[in-house]
Design a protein around this ligand. Sequence first.
Ligand code: RIB
Length: 309
Amino acid sequence: MKSIPEPPKIVVVGSCNTDMIIRADRFPEPGETVLGGTSFMEPGGKGANQAIAAARLGGSVTLVSKIGYDIFGLQAIELYRNENISTCHVITDVSNPSGLAMVTVNSMGENYIIVAPGANSTLSPEDVAKAEPCIAEADILIVQLEIPIPTVEYAIELARRHGVPAVMKPAPAPLSLSDSIISRLFAILPNKVEAEQLAGIDITDTRSARAAADIISRRGVDNVIITLGGGGVFVKAGESYASFPAREIEVVDTTGAGDVFCGAFCVQVSLGRPIMEAVVYANAAASLSVTRLGAQQAIPYRSEVDACI
Ligand code: RIB
């Protein structure tokens, strides 16, 4: 009888927010008011989105995060439990509200996001230290930058100590990120804006994407995967380079697509798939998510991604 592989253990140290989303034909100019269309609210946050993506796509996920003592936090934690995510390290901060994100989506599916971090800004290295046994047992650690950088750094260091590969989605785009953090990562997954910030050059075509990947890689990380939206994905994996086109789809909302890519990529890598294959799978998962409105409600399930691979 064929044995079913154990789901990979994934720990996400990161943010959770509530997203307030408004669709509008276009973004307002400074000082201008525009009338929008559909509006809705749903749990979001880059950390939580990545955790849900990893869980829906086959991971056994633990989320290390902080919520406020409010209705948004309570709703978020209930949702994580319904997604089979371990919430024993989701801490309640009684002094700060839950993180809040104002998201505007235009008719092209592009978004503008402003985040008020709230409780996310108090997730500390001490909080992460309590999750050390989970991190030590994990197949992969995922981090992003909506929580304090010293906390991110500590989580990566814990993972390194236990031989656990760490993957970073460097969002929001970092103004500065030290080489000592980057060099402890197994892989970094910036989008165009984030890669430009990290490399200090503009990305306009495959050649400049490769140059950016090289610059970032020279800062100490072997695997650089740049997601370029409609421009596809550019990958530097060790000494190999590849460019994957975007899939032909109707774009409704790109919010959270990078989070889906990250969650999907990490599940695939921890299942032992080579980087390039993991990227193809993650590209398919992210493409599915942009055909739907919202961040978490748009995250596909494994059967959906498997069907379009
Ligand atoms: O990446 C999308 C996410 O960014 C949204 O869910 C929002 O909460 C912000 O964190």
